[in-house]
Design a protein around this ligand. Structure first.
Ligand code: GDP
Length: 462
C-alpha cells in the first residue's frame, strides 16, 4: 500500500483540534515524522525526543526568549497513534491568541496547516481503519442523539465493514473461478458451480436488500423525521409546537394567519429526532402573501415524512376532519396523525364523537395529552417499519446506500446472465462490477476524488 501514498504524506501537519474561541484548554495536534522534533524546538523543560511513547510532559512553549504558555505535551510514537505516525498533542490554555502563536511558530519551523479531515485521512491511508470506519468518525462527532451515537459507534468499531468484507470474500471466490474458466479460453470447462453461484447470489441479494431497507431508518436516525404541522389558522399549531419544544420559538397570536413562514425545530424523542415544521394556516384567502404560504404548505406536506394535522375541537366535526385530511393528503400518501386541540374547551360528550376516528385529542395549552402525542409520533415512525434498532447493521450513509444499490444491480445482472446462459465473460464482468461497488464502501477501491470529497466534510483538526 505504501507506494500508493501521496507525497504530501511526508509533511508534518498541525491543527487546532478543539473548537476555536476561548476555553479552559485548547489542543494543538501534530502528526508526521517531524512532529516531536518540531515541538521540541519551541518547548523548554526536557528533551522530548528522548521520551517514550504514550507519555505526558509539562513545560513551557517559547518564542525565542519569550514564554508563551505553560503546556502539557502528550507523545504518541508511530505506529501506536491515531494516524499511525508520530503524533504530539499540545494542551495549552484556550486562548485564540496563544493558539495562533503556537500554530505560527510550528508552521515557521516547517509544519503545514492540516486540511479538513487530514488526520483521519492519514489514519485511513496507513490502514488504521477502512473508509466506512473513517466516515463513522465524522458521524460520531456529529451525533446528537442516543441512537445516532450508537449507530456511528458500531460502524466506527467495524461492524458494517466486517459484514461487507464477508459478503465480498464469498463473491471473490466465485469470481476467481470464473476468471480461471476465462483463462482456459477455448476449452469448454466449468470450474464454478453454477447452481452454487445462483444460491449465493440469492442470499447476497437478500442481505443487500435488507441493508438498503435499513437505510430508511438510518436516514431518520441521522437526519431526523421531517414532520409538518398543518391546520387552519388558530387551530393552535404554534402553541402545540411551543409545547413540544418547551420554549417560545414560534410567535403565538390570537389573530388568524400570523404564522406566515415556516418555523423549524427539532425535538429528540427516545433518540429519534423529529424536525417540526410549522406552516402557514390552511384556508382560502385573498391575501397574496398568505396564499403563497398556503400553497407552500401543500408543497411542504408532500415532502414531509410525517403529517401532523391539527384541528380545533371547538369548531370542527369528525366529518369535516375527514374531508380536510383527504384534501391535504390525497390517497393518504404521507403517514398522518390527526390531532384535535383545545380539549379543555369541549364536553366529554363532544369528545366522544371522535371515538370512531383515529384522532388524538389534547390540549396544547394545558399540556393534557402531550405525552400521548409523543408516543403516537414514535408509533408512526415504528409503524412505517422504520424502527428496527434491534437489527444488526443500519446503513446511515447515502454514499454507502448508492454503492449498495449499484452492487445489487450488478448482482441481479449476474443472476439474469446465469438464467439465460450468458457467456462466462459477461458473468465475470458483472461480478467484477459488483465487487468493485462493494469495495467502494470500505475503500478497498477508492479514487482521490472520492477521498477528497469524504474527508473535506470533516472538521479541521480531525
Ligand atoms: P395557530 O394559528 O394554529 O398557530 O394557532 P395559535 O397557536 O396561535 O393559537 C390560536 C389561539 O388558540 C391562541 O389564542 C391560543 O392561546 C389558543 N389555544 C391554543 N391551544 C389551545 C388549547 O389547548 N386550549 C385553549 N383553550 N386555547 C388554545
Amino acid at each position: 500500500m505504501s507506494s500508493l501514498l501521496p507525497p504530501s504524506l511526508s509533511d508534518t501537519i498541525v491543527a487546532l483540534s478543539t473548537p476555536p474561541g476561548s476555553g479552559a484548554i485548547a489542543l494543538v495536534r501534530l502528526s508526521g515524522s517531524q512532529a516531536i522534533a518540531l515541538t521540541e524546538s519551541i518547548f523548554a523543560g526536557k528533551s522530548l525526543q528522548e521520551q517514550a511513547t504514550h507519555t505526558l510532559h509539562f513545560g513551557t512553549l517559547r518564542d525565542g526568549e519569550r514564554i508563551l504558555d505553560e503546556v502539557v505535551v502528550s507523545l504518541f510514537r508511530a505506529p501506536r497513534s491515531y494516524t499511525r505516525e508520530d503524533v504530539v498533542e499540545i494542551s495549552c490554555h484556550g486562548s485564540d491568541y496563544i493558539v495562533q502563536q503556537v500554530l505560527s511558530l510550528l508552521v515557521r519551523g516547517g509544519a503545514r496547516l492540516a486540511e479538513a479531515g487530514e488526520f483521519t485521512k492519514r489514519a485511513f491511508l496507513h490502514g488504521a481503519f477502512d473508509l466506512a470506519q473513517a466516515e463513522a468518525v465524522a458521524d460520531l462527532i456529529a451525533s446528537d442523539s442516543a441512537l445516532s451515537h450508537q449507530v456511528a459507534m458500531q460502524q466506527m468499531r467495524g461492524g458494517f465493514s466486517r459484514e461487507l468484507k464477508e459478503l465480498r470474500a464469498r463473491l471473490v471466490q466465485f469470481a476467481s473461478l470464473l476468471e480461471l474458466e476465462l483463462d482456459f479460453g477455448e476449452e469448454d470447462v466449468e470450474f464454478a458451480d453454477r447452481s452454487g453461484l445462483t444460491n449465493l447470489l440469492q442470499e447476497l441479494e437478500g442481505i443487500i436488500r435488507q441493508l438498503l431497507r435499513s437505510f430508511e431508518l438510518g436516514n431518520v436516525i441521522k437526519n431526523g423525521v421531517t414532520t409538518v404541522i398543518a391546520g387552519k389558522p388558530n387551530a393552535g399549531k404554534s402553541t402545540l409546537l411551543n409545547a413540544l419544544l418547551n420554549e417560545e420559538r414560534a410567535i403565538v397570536s390570537a389573530i388568524p394567519g400570523t404564522t406566515r413562514d415556516f418555523i423549524e425545530d427539532e425535538v429528540s424523542l427516545e433518540g429519534i429526532r423529529f424536525r417540526f415544521v410549522d406552516t402557514a394556516g390552511l384556508r382560502d384567502t385573498t391575501d397574496v402573501v398568505e396564499s403563497m404560504g398556503v400553497e407552500r404548505t401543500r408543497q411542504r406536506v408532500r415532502q414531509a415524512a410525517l403529517l401532523l394535522y391539527l384541528f380545533d375541537l371547538t369548531t370542527a366535526s369528525p366529518a369535516q376532519l375527514a374531508a380536510e385530511l383527504a384534501e391535504l393528503n390525497p390517497g393518504n400518501l404521507i403517514p398522518a396523525l390527526a390531532v384535535g386541540n383545545k380539549l379543555d374547551q369541549i364536553s366529554s360528550a363532544e369528545a366522544a364523537a371522535y371515538a370512531d376516528t383515529d384522532a388524538l385529542l389534547l390540549s396544547a395549552a394545558t399540556g393534557r395529552g402531550m405525552d400521548e402525542l409523543k408516543q403516537a409520533l414514535l408509533q408512526k415512525v415504528r409503524g412505517t417499519g422504520l424502527d428496527r434498532t434491534g437489527s444488526a447493521t443500519i446503513v446511515t450513509n447515502v454514499r454507502h446506500a448508492r454503492s449498495l444499490e449499484a452492487a445489487l444491480a450488478a448482482l441481479l445482472a449476474v443472476q439474469a446472465g446465469l438464467q439465460s446462459n450468458t457467456g462466462t465473460e459477461l458473468l465475470a464482468a458483472d461480478l467484477r462490477r459488483a465487487l468493485a461497488y462493494l469495495g467502494e464502501i470500505t475503500g478497498e477501491i477508492s479514487t482521490d476524488d472520492l477521498l477528497t470529497s469524504i474527508f473535506t466534510q470533516f472538521c479541521i483538526g480531525k
